[in-house]
Ligand binder design. Sequence first.
Ligand code: SF4
Length: 301
Amino acid sequence: MNKHYYSLNDYLQKTFGEKVYKLSVDLGLTCPNRDGSLDTRGCIFCLAGSSHFAACEGSISERIARAKALVEKKTKAERFIAYFQSFTNTYAPIEYLKSVFYEVIAREDIVALSIATRPDCLPEEVLSLLGELNAIKPVWVELGLQTSNEKSAEYIRRCYKSSVYTEAVEKLKSLGINVITHIILGLPNETLGDMLASVDFAVDAGTDGIKLQLLHILRGTDLYDDYINGKFSALTLEEYVDILCECIERLPESIVVHRITGDAPKAHLAAPLWSADKKTVLNTINREMSLRGIRQGKKAR
Ligand code: SF4
């Protein structure tokens, strides 16, 4: 059990009686920030990757088999969470979403679906589908809030108001769906107060889980251009640990912490380069949390 926060592993153990692993299933979808519905450039930090195309080759069961083969190198696990992570996984015709999600949820080796999407991509027909699926097996919906600060949201080209997130969480919760919120730590010009306000905002909205994600600056993004032009600096590891500890102490004990840092594609990572050594980062975070006596909920409002 994690001494400092309510970790995803602890939650999985409590919910499923064992650690279940995620299988990434790429549906090859796009998002309204890229296809021209809202913008064509994408969020300022988001890199449209070429691996997307390779990952969505073959049928859904072939994609799951490939993901299982990768996981099976590390574990003998037999039960998994199907993780629809890339781009906006409810941004497709409803008949397609129905066929894919029903096919996957019917599998014996799948215990839950985890679906990443945008809060402005949850029309009534999608919500009703998610509600039906959630009656079969648990459905988690991951929402990329990133920040509750409207000025920062405009800068990152999120293209929806924070109130859209609040409304989406309310609708998902009314269906009994587990909501996980992504928040980026280290956005340009954000203060510690801004980041804690984003955490509070997600908690007040009713999120069940949180992913705290370090801002990665990737070559090929507009964020990288701003970084190179000196418009902001990347966080140091020390700064990141300080911010993270404050966020963890601010979170109520019931919120599951799904992530405390994040993985960037190393070939594209420009900064912070310390984040490429994940083992050292996690060891540093754990050591600092122990030294400082960090405990989730200690400073919850
Ligand atoms: S971060 Fe998500 S919403 Fe933004 S451009 Fe990338 S896929 Fe689209």
